[in-house]
Ligand binder design. Sequence first.
Ligand code: PEP
Ligand code: MG
Length: 907
Amino acid sequence: MADKYVYDFEEGNRDMKNLLGGKGANLAEMTNMGLPVPPGFTVTCAACNAFRGAGGRFPSGMVEEVAAHLERLEGGMGRRLGDAGDPLLVSVRSGAPFSMPGMMDTVLNLGLNDQSVEGLAKQTGSERFAWDSYRRLLQMYGKTVMGVDGDRFEEALEQAKEAKGVGNDVGLDQGDLRRLVEAFKAIISAESGREFPQDPREQLTGGIEAVFGSWDNRRAVDYRRKNKIDDSLGTAVNIQAMVFGNRGDDSGTGVAFTRNPANGDARPYGDYLGNAQGEDVVSGIRNTLKLEDMGEVQPGAWAELQGHLTTLEGHYRDMCDVEFTVEQGKLWLLQTRVGKRTAVAEWIMAYDMWSEGLIDLDTAMLRLDADRLEELFKKVIAEGVGVEAIASGLNASPGAAVGKAVFSADDAQAWAERGEPVILVRRETTPDDYHGMIRAQGILTSAGGTNSHAAVVARGEGIPAVCGAAQVRVDRQARRFTVDGTTVSEGEFVTIDGFTGLVYAGQLALADSPVERARAGDPVARREKIWQAYERFMARADEVRRLKVRTNADTPGQSGNAIDRGAEGIGLCRTEHMFLGEERVAAVRRMIFADSAAEEQAAYEVLLPLQRDDFVGIFQAMDGKPVTVRLLDPPLHEFLPDQVELAVAVALANQQGHAQVEVGGDEALALEEAEELLAKVNDLHEANPMLGLRGVRLGILKPGLYAMQVRAILQAAARVKAEGGDPIVEIMIPLVAGREELAQLREELEPVARQTLAEQGQELEVLWGTMIELPRAALVAGEIAEVAEFFSFGTNDLTQTAFGFSRDDIGKFLGLYEERKLVPANPFVTIDQAGVGRLMQIACQEGRQARSTLKLGICGEHGGDPDSVRFCHALGLDYVSCSPFRVPTARLAAGQAALGQTTTASK
Ligand code: PEP
Ligand code: MG
């Protein structure tokens, strides 16, 4: 049988998302639930992929199938597309397997032409309505299908309104709209070199082609990359009989959520706009009515809508959003899906739905997006700042944000890329602004409701936003905005509060969120529902997870912070900072320059007590929990001045006859000393320091160095133990490539450890292990495990060395690599399972074969990335270790992995 590319709504259901797209599958589901859905059919994602694969040609048979389904639709409706007497009109909408709001194209009112517009006028008894619908078709079709710059239509519309002296399009009458239709046709012809097609079937084919093509437009591609959506999925196209919200005052359109997507409140929420079509709500052209006030203008439809919202939520067992239209008092549902929500709303809804008995606890926990957990800890404006807001708008996306005002998406991107925090200020945003929006700290718009494009994108991305702040006058050309007497120009600070909708001039202090306050022990914050939800789900994650979660910390402060967030030990205590600071650097330099063993030893004697005190604080903070201390890793030249700067300073001093040379910071040396230092710096210079004298190689070359560190660690542990503490010590050697390196160092260092403990009169078991961060180490892990009691995957270096990508320089080409699909994602963020993951797998398997008790962990940045955590669970690691702030994220992801989740819920 030939491939079937088209499905009537009656033929589908909600489980067919991959074929019919989310919108198509849910329209089918609602149709079969008996809800009032205008009839229609869906052209599949497979057809889109065949079209893309064939360089923009429809697969054979598809056009005929569309024609047959259209004929059936016409039969059912008793109207024909483009009929001059009583035309059927259809909408053509995109719908991918995953929601990509506003990213792809839509055409409404398709089927109108110079004849059928008259028929529509006659049938509906409204010339104004018919001509308004026709101008909308020309505008959308011209822009999306024929590639005409949308601003040209907007300008003509503005002119028409100005000429008439009206503020918005409702003030235009049928004569104005007829003239606008002619103007729009002229724009299309002049800009595209083609006439608007009068044949409705040609319109339909063009519409389908445009929607398929929009899968690959820039904003859709950017959105997929940001949200890790697979490019190969393609979009479906939904062709549906039009119903009209713009047929007069007894008509309208709106968006409804079964619960509040911003704060999780268990009441319907949304916007309604009288006498309008769907895109008017989203584009924020006119100010909308709150959904709960819709009953005042449409009591019957409002009552019916509430009933359908309850039905949908019960059926989907989740918060749904619905697009609806009221045509002359009759309610129609045009779309539903499980709605997007803020992280705060996600937790509150999951908690409420579990409390209400709608879903069980594990289902609720699996719905939480671990990647967004950190949003719960988002900042708010500090209390008592005492600054008056200059404007207020809608609290469209939570979180407070401070940044410098910029007025275009391109500027937002450029400024953010050079490290400036920005607030993107616009009258309203369009999908073309996406690349700038996602780089802004916050978004402020002067038009648009809680479902405007800006609001939807901001909520989806977790960016604070205030929308529809009507007092704000945005002057894009002059790059400033004004509110009454206040002007904020480009580059000046502005603060927005996406929780309250308030806007402030200047840079306000921000404070911690309720969850952050509750975590820190604030009793008032602890009574809030969001905290209760947090505690309940984290407790469940902890109950079911198999992976332990440790932290990467190297100070007592960081350790305490991580414990508060649930860390169960330290997986990586980097010791390099213990060699920094004026006194320590001087000793390190003496060690580097030492001409004799005695001189070198003298330098260690200075460093030892300082390091011991550092370790005491850490063992105290981590009492009873394992602490993996990594011996010094970075190359020694990092403790010396910069080679080029020093060479220049020495040359200048020589030239100008100065006796003193500045060697960085406040430090000055006699010229002779500076020259000696330069000689040493030149001596230690390496072409590839990342592959140079670092890690275990330092330990081999400078035996006293690691011995000093081992002594400091065990003196500290012994002291803490003597005071009644319970230090658990693991010593880790970095950058090992083979068994012998580790074996020889252990032979040298274990007696030092034993001797130190004996001197202190304490007994302590010490685990000795290594990082697996070089491909060779992974491949000979079986041999290494003979001399290692634990492995910790250093996936930063392992990724660097497996790919041969410098972790410090990848920024130069990573964007292009992602765009061209040369890497599936940034491999320094999410483990590259095929390559790096495979090395890890070999190391785990062969390591455990050699030593069944081998402890396995990860301490690269990936230890806090949810997808990587799930991969580590699947590999059978014992623990992940991540930065203190990512500890809750890792706990949740580990819990979800234990319940069988392999990737983020929203993907
Ligand atoms: C690693 O390489 O993954 C690691 C944790 O070590 P560092 O980042 O300090 O090189
Ligand atoms: Mg490393």
